[in-house]
Design a protein around this ligand. Sequence first.
Ligand SMILES: [Zn+2]
Ligand SMILES: [Zn+2]
Length: 94
Amino acid sequence: MIFDKKKDGEITGTGHDIMLPQESQRFPCHQCHNVYCYQSSLARHIKFECGKVAQIQCPFCSYRSRYRADMTKHIRFKHRIPEEEVKLLKLLYI
Ligand SMILES: [Zn+2]
Ligand SMILES: [Zn+2]
């Protein structure tokens, strides 16, 4: 008779309650899914970031994007500006 060796390892090991320091101290934003470790960070987020939809305005036309990479691509190809120069542009977050 062959014993099922899998059963040997079935020592239920869920009793390991690892103490995660400050794990419960999280400050989630209720408007989006961002979570912050500090209340000050959350406050800053709500004041400056959240709800602002992080729209980047193209400095050359009315195109907008939420993503910097997307905007970089737009400026490079639509306005024929090399990547190095795009990086120098301070893309405005509205
Ligand atoms: Zn938010
Ligand atoms: Zn543009």
